[in-house]
Design a binder for this molecule. Sequence first.
Ligand code: KG4
Ligand code: ZN
Length: 337
Amino acid sequence: DSEPIVLGIETSCDETGVGIVRGTTLLGESIASSVEQHSRFGGVVPEVASRAHLEAMTPTVERALRGAGLTLADVDAFAVTAGPGLPGALMVGVAAAKAYALSLGRPLYGVHHLAAHVAVDQLEHGRLPKPCVALLVSGGHSSLLLVPDVATDVRSLGATVDDAAGEAFDKVARVLDLGFPGGPLIDREASKGDPAAIAFPRGKYADGTYDFSFSGLKTAVARWVEARERAGEPVPVADVAASFQEAVVDVLTHKAIKVCRDNGVGDLVIGGGVAANSRLRALAQERCDAAGVRLRIPRPKLCTDNGAMVAALGAELVGAGLAPSALDLPADSSLPI
Ligand code: KG4
Ligand code: ZN
């Protein structure tokens, strides 16, 4: 195979991810997470995340290489998440990638975290259709993107104006005393509850934009639970979880399909940690089928933050013949798309 081998590094939040890709083939990957160190705080602590990246970086690179049966000398190019993300966390990855690229005399590609979440789907389902629409939902972002070409042209059409979808899951899980991260725990509780039990608000549902708002929903859930507790009545946790989850995925899928319809696009990609949500997957499939849209959701391991997504986009940039980044590439915590 003559396509270049690209090693990608992701450190924008709490996962130290390394992936190795050739074309659209995943050759190896490894991930280290500091999620347990954050759980007692109920959210990611930036300084703790940065320190954990520093400790995990080299061993994670070595594990990924070993898994692929490769050595550093086999790597043709390096890619790294340049932003957006936590500033100190990004800096660890960018500094490491520069060191590898410089010492081995290989090109370095700084990539956008959201574009990487889209590109990773190629490792599972083959080349992305051009154009496609992407819905990215995680603890840090909730975005709708129009993607004429993942390497060169990714346009943001809408995003959350307050909390990210995953953040809402995490906060509501805290209100229900379920633990952190809350998404999987709410998902599990919700499977035992009635999604129509409580009519929680669908923020910005019909406002004509492609934006989202979840903070009003989160507050509505907290108020509802407080009222129950004040009245000395038991909280029906499964019903609250199911009704909250339904409100989130109803708006997400409604707006994602709207972007497809409005732009005449027939393919939707969903990524980010919340893409693991069972109800989101089911409702998205149902609504895509009804709208004649093809749905692509990579396996959960590729949906959450990982290094393979960075390598996947890096391989795409190399393949498109784009110039590498300069070695003074900055880490940009609010990198625009
Ligand atoms: O992509 P990710 O691993 O990290 C970033 O935030 O970038 O996403 C993590 C988020 C957390 O908020 C977590 O609660 C949520 O994804 N999540 C879920 C599920 N699994 C993870 N949310 C809803 N349902 C799930 N099954
Ligand atoms: Zn992410």
